[in-house]
Design a protein around this ligand. Sequence first.
Ligand code: AMP
Length: 363
Amino acid sequence: MTQTDAPLPQGSIVGILGGGQLGRMLALAASRLGLKSHIYCPDPDSPAFDVTPLKTVADYEDPAALAAFAAEVDVITYEFENVPARTAEFLADHKPLRPGANALAVAQDRLAEKAFLSINRLPVAHFAAITDLDRLEAEIEEIGTPAVLKTTRLGYDGKGQRIVDNMEDAALAWELLTPKPLVLEQFIPFEREISVIVARNAAGQVAAYDPAENVHRDHILHTSTVPAAITGKTAAKALEIATAIVEALNYVGVMGVEFFVRDNGKLLVNEIAPRVHNSGHWTEAVCITDQFEQHIRAVANWPLGDPARMANVVMENLIGDEIAAIPGQLDPTTRPHAYGKAESRAGRKMGHINRITVKKRKK
Ligand code: AMP
């Protein structure tokens, strides 16, 4: 065993880029395993700072702060996919960066992501790179309408995309969406949206969770329901695709893979997120090992835990003032999680509730 593939011993420090709720939940999981975490985030009010004393408040592109952070930690991970490429490379030169910079490169750019999926023969909606209006006109002819025009970078929660029904719409969308180039995608009249949380460690061990069925409200995840209303065959295929993705990337850590499910049960990958994922928050209430512990185990070179699910569950996000549901709507079968954010704003993820239906034992 080399130094880099030895399991991190107790007391080691996991460096986490990003101080939001995902960083906070990762730090809590690390602490339970006897590891420490050091959060790096430019925002001094980050909710993750509440749960660990080790912190750096600095810009993600501040080389001196990054070097000092890297010197103090044993491994580096992140809670968001928009870590600047130069920052990822810089940190990876100092300490193991898990997941690696290749996963960030693929997930940060929709074109790179779709190209990676197609090359690996994984199912994805027809798409084309759009560099100018002539190209857009030609691809609208080719792909047909409706279609979805999206930015390649920095799109999230439905931002940076527009549905287009004709060339006139498309020309307007081209004007409005930045930065260029854009990507044009076939519109998928899906029946439902699901996601799979999958983990892989450096030894190649893979653990995938049951698919969750996701419902969005105002472009923000509202609920994740498990089990999803899909056949066993579709569920098995989703796990197979998610596994193929982490293997093709030689990935280390937890990944969220979002799919469209068509009415014939066929799957298309919509997006991959190289991190713990909002649609995996249900795992903390009903799985032997939740996604946060799983991610820490993977990046610390520990054996993965069992992703088995012990009950049915609906995870509901608490957005803005909905945080009043804690403690307002608690009953004995709910598991609440508040992120400790001081200020509740419209559209801000403040917490979540897992509503659990324990499976009845047959007598
Ligand atoms: P995204 O930011 O790509 O995850 O898209 C946000 C949401 O927009 C998805 O969860 C879908 O509900 C919808 N959407 C995105 N792309 C498509 C597509 N090609 N066809 C139909 N709906 C889409």
